[in-house]
Ligand binder design. Structure first.
Ligand code: GLC
Length: 676
């Protein structure tokens, strides 16, 4: 049969005998695309422990495939028909080991050339059978399948669900508006809520994220990619919504970004790992092929292949896991994290992070600009921010992963990594006055397992600024550690998240806050919080940033001050029972933020000026302020965000320390061969 249609969505369900979901998944997509040209394809597979109502059938699951074809393509009839052949395709391709179709095979064939339907938006609901099946003959089959599918998927969280063109499944109450944030007065918080509400991005009528910046006075020509939903930028927005009891937008965000995880991604023919989450996405309204009167909405992700500098968004997946956990804790709805596709998503991120490579250290090895600082700033290697997020994501994932046979190895690797990572960071990234003096007296060129100066650090690397700057009381984690290189800059986000995630010991956490207090005029001054201290200047700036005109000293990433960091400061301070520090910083911010139109960042040593190229009405400046305010008002809620210190890890580290009074680590303590 021939279709003028250009888009098909197939949702399928199966009961595999083994756990080879992606083989199965790939087989479906390959087969279905055979014989005609694919313009775009998205595939998602999932398992559902609740799929069959018996725990013995844990590996049941399903997936969805969206295939967009060139117009007038002929669908190969032996392979695709609304009634039978999907089962056959799947059985055939899955070579018997993993395929027994158990429930509704859903085939939605769109005839977009049907002029009688003006599709302004292609995000159709599967429970709206009109205009979706290829003919009345199949209507009964289709409706049954849909209702079966809805029942199964709906069972996952007790809600009625709708499935979109892209295969995503959303609850049917998502048209919820956020009008509760209408201005209630003239306070800064009211304005912030209103602006946050205005920044919400909708996809097919459902809120799915917040735009990076929305300056009403700015024409779009200046916005670059700030009209996108950034994963990392959405975290404070998401936290604000969670703290306010608005869960839908966060749920939608989690599920939609999950869909993007398995997007086909390439840069110049190279594909990054499957678990990679995008840096950002945009909802685009595009014309439907061959139909001038019809449009559809599509989610268009950027995995770094369009980003300035082509930086890899390593932090996105880590933030996604952290937000997922916070969603479950705040809303009490654990059904999202229990979903098979979500569990698979978590595992894919973990696999990418835990994959073997050439690394000698348990810290994650990344390229420059792979996190909040997303351009060249000399943070390639093992930057602290990534390590703190990694640790937090590992702990959070361990909490959420459903115990099943297939994950035992992953959990083992995760546990090993947690211990090695915390040891490595606590031991080698930490500096305070005592440690600095130790480094100052280091011997070099030690070749032995017992070397004190393991990384062959030359004491001359201790910059003169640091000798003066290090307070008597307090300390911090350095920005980066590599052979013969310690980056002594203080990075706020990495240090704060080390407190939040318990990567830092209790003693270290207090010391970090002590340092922030002691160095208030450098780190907070006229606007919290300096992204890093000090700025790179002169020759260092030229060599390390490549003379980046946006990252001039005390601007932007190079010593600029970022109001969004307020929320992380608040969580860290509340966790350590020192909320007054955060409250003081909020006071400082509150004096200027609204008047200055919520800038993205501030410049100069004391943060006196609005940043040279800072966007105004930057959403995460707004959300960061709101979260900080909410948490100071209700400090208990911060528990949903931080990771408690893990007793087993502390115990393991103590045993390691006890085994050698000089705290030199023996080679045999950890089974894994990380250098610690
Ligand atoms: C800048 C920031 C990055 C942020 C993006 C959108 O590139 O460095 O962290 O995600 O803007 O706000």
């Amino acid at each position: 049969m021939t279709y003028a249609s250009t888009c098909i969505t197939i949702t399928f369900f199966f009961l595999p005998q083994s756990s080879r979901s992606y083989l199965f998944d790939g087989a479906v997509s390959t087969r279905c695309t055979k014989g005609y040209e694919v313009v775009r394809r998205r595939v998602r597979a999932f398992y559902s422990p609740r799929f069959l109502h018996s725990s013995s059938n844990r590996r049941a699951g399903g997936g969805s495939v969206v295939v967009r074809l060139r117009r007038n393509s002929a669908l190969p009839s032996p392979y695709i028909s609304p009634t039978t052949t999907w089962a056959e395709i799947v059985r055939h391709q899955a070579s018997g080991s993993c395929a027994q179709i158990i429930a509704g095979l859903l085939l939605l064939v769109r005839n977009i050339n049907d002029q009688s339907r003006s599709l302004k938006c292609q995000c159709q609901r599967v429970d709206d059978a009109d205009g979706m099946t290829s003919g009345d003959a199949n209507r009964t089959w289709f409706t049954e399948s849909v209702s079966q599918a809805n029942q199964i998927l709906g069972d996952l969280n007790g809600q009625k669900v709708i499935s979109f063109e892209n295969g995503s499944v959303m609850p049917n109450n998502e048209a919820s508006n956020h009008s509760s944030y209408k201005t209630r007065g003239n306070s800064i918080e009211d304005e912030a809520w209103r602006l946050l509400q205005d920044s919400v991005v909708y996809y097919c009528g459902s809120p799915v994220g917040t735009i990076a910046a929305k300056d009403p006075s700015d024409s779009s020509s200046n916005c670059l990619n700030y009209d996108q939903v950034f994963i990392r930028d959405f975290i404070p927005s998401g936290m604000a919504f969670l703290l306010k009891g608005e869960y839908d937008i966060v749920r939608n965000f989690i599920l939609h970004t999950l869909q993007l995880q398995s997007w086909e991604k390439t840069m110049d023919c190279h594909s990054p790992g499957q678990g990679l989450m995008p840096a950002s996405f945009k909802v685009r309204t595009v014309p439907l092929d061959g139909d001038d009167s019809a449009t559809e909405e599509v989610l268009d992700p950027d995995f770094g292949e369009a980003a300035i500098g082509r930086v890899a968004p390593v932090d996105s997946g880590l933030w996604w896991i952290i937000l997922l956990r916070a969603y479950g804790k705040c809303s009490g709805d654990l059904s999202v994290q229990e979903r098979i596709d979500v569990q698979t998503g978590i595992k894919m991120i973990l696999k990418l992070c835990l994959a073997d490579g050439f690394d000698m250290f348990p810290t994650l090895l990344v390229t420059d600009g792979s996190c909040m600082i997303d351009r060249r700033m000399g943070i390639h290697g093992h930057p602290l921010e990534i390590q703190a997020l990694f640790y937090s994501a590992l702990l959070s994932a361990r909490e959420m992963l459903a115990p099943e046979d297939g994950s035992a190895d992953l959990i083992r690797a995760l546990n090993n990594r947690l211990i090695a990572l915390s040891f490595h960071t606590q031991e080698y990234y930490w500096v305070d006055k005592r440690k600095l003096n130790e480094i100052y007296r280091y011997k070099q060129e030690e070749y032995s397992y017992d070397a004190v100066n393991k990384f062959n650090i030359y004491p001359d690397q201790i910059s003169p600024w640091l000798v003066e700057w290090m307070p008597d009381k307090g300390g911090y984690f350095i920005g980066n550690l590599q052979p013969a290189h310690m980056d002594f800059r203080f990075f706020s986000l990495g240090n704060l998240w080390s407190v939040v995630s318990s990567l830092a010991t209790t003693h270290q956490s207090h010391a970090i806050l002590d340092l922030i207090e002691a160095k208030w005029s450098d780190l907070v001054a006229d606007m919290p919080l300096k992204i890093c201290y000090p700025a790179l200047e002169g020759q260092e700036w030229r060599i390390i940033t490549g003379s980046d005109p946006k990252n001039t000293p005390w601007s932007y990433h190079n010593g600029g001050s970022w109001p969004t960091l307020l929320w992380q400061l608040a969580v860290a301070c509340i966790k350590m029972n020192r909320p007054e520090i955060a409250a003081k910083a909020i006071d400082v911010a509150e004096r200027r933020l609204a008047t200055d139109k919520w800038p993205e960042y501030y410049d100069t040593k004391r943060a006196r000026f609005i940043g040279k190229q800072a966007h105004l009405y930057q959403t995460w400046s707004i959300a960061g302020f709101l979260v900080a305010k909410l948490l100071i008002e209700k400090p208990d809620a911060a528990r949903n965000i931080w990771n408690d210190e893990d007793a087993e890890i502390v115990n393991a580290l103590n045993i390691m320390a006890d085994s050698n009074p000089r705290r030199k680590r023996g080679r045999k303590v950890l089974k894994k061969t990380y250098i610690v």
